[in-house]
Design a protein around this ligand. Structure first.
Ligand code: ZN
Length: 282
């Protein structure tokens, strides 16, 4: 949990703050601090660290495990990650300072990853700071440009992916509807298959590069309803039943199946459409 003294520490030490993440510089090391509900993460990229040095760092920090309430000390490649447990209250600023100082001083004394090593080429004197997955690294401007150029070329090669989401939704829904079409007059409970229509529509929509926009909900609903109706018509065709015959006494059970199928496909839509509430659609 963030408290005022933590925030003022960050400000005093010229951290850049973005929501629950803070980017700073301590003893010449870039440090990213994540604030989670009951944990703080200290993330320190050490691009030029060797395997032997990693072991040294881990062994040293294990000795401070208890004192600093470290629940995790690890490397993700060359990035040092420390996870500090916080109880109901945050750790004190003194403790925070102590952790940061202890770690960065040790690194400096041991001459581990000193300087500004580029995350891209590994060489020193990188002055640009960039953020990748919300962790701050050093990078050479030239390496940055090269990387961007590479990404752009890669994109050009692929070409823009065509949005065939709606087609995908129709295909996906149709695939799952096949057992229903074949067994349509078999028993009324088969109608429950239609409950799955919307989830297949959505899965295939995404598989066919369908974009997530405000209209996506409508397209999923449309695909679901269209396929439901088409498969119901196919059931009638396969069973050689005309629309007027459907409403006669002999076909009462089939009529019930078809009604239930339509109802279940609509009910199946609801949880899928509700998902959109939590998505960031433009
Ligand atoms: Zn570089």
């Amino acid at each position: 949990m963030s408290n005022t003294s933590y925030q003022s520490y960050l400000r005093e030490n010229q951290y850049e703050i973005e929501k629950n993440v803070a980017y700073g510089l301590e003893n010449d090391y870039l440090i990213t601090i994540y604030q989670d509900k009951r944990y703080k993460y200290f993330i320190i990229p050490l691009p030029s660290i060797t395997e032997e040095e990693k072991k040294r760092v881990l062994n040293y920090l294990k000795l401070q495990k208890k004192e600093f309430k470290l629940v995790r000390i690890s490397f993700d490649n060359t990035v040092l990650i420390l996870k500090v447990k916080e109880g109901l209250t945050s750790i004190s600023v003194e403790m925070l300072k102590d952790i940061i100082n202890t770690v960065t001083k040790f690194l400096k004394e041991q001459q581990i990853a000193v300087g500004k090593h580029c995350i891209f080429c590994g060489k020193d004197n990188a002055n640009k700071k960039i953020k990748i997955t919300r962790i701050q690294y050093y990078m050479h401007q030239s390496c940055y440009d090269k990387a961007i150029e590479g990404i752009e070329k890669e994109k050009e090669k692929e070409g823009p992916k065509k949005d065939r989401g709606f087609l995908g939704a129709l295909i996906g829904t149709f695939i799952i509807s096949i057992p229903w079409i074949l067994l349509g007059d078999y028993s009324w409970f088969v109608g429950f298959i239609t409950f799955l229509f919307a989830s297949f529509a959505f899965k295939f929509y995404l598989m066919f590069n369908g974009k997530l926009t405000k209209n996506t909900k409508l397209l999923i609903a449309l695909a679901t309803i269209i396929v439901t109706i088409v498969s119901e018509i196919l059931i009638l065709v396969i069973n050689n039943i005309t629309l007027s015959e459907l409403f006669t006494n002999t076909n009462r059970e089939l009529l019930l199946t078809l009604q239930l199928g339509l109802l279940m496909s609509i009910i199946g839509l609801l949880p899928i459409l509700r998902q959109f509430k939590y998505m960031n659609v433009k």
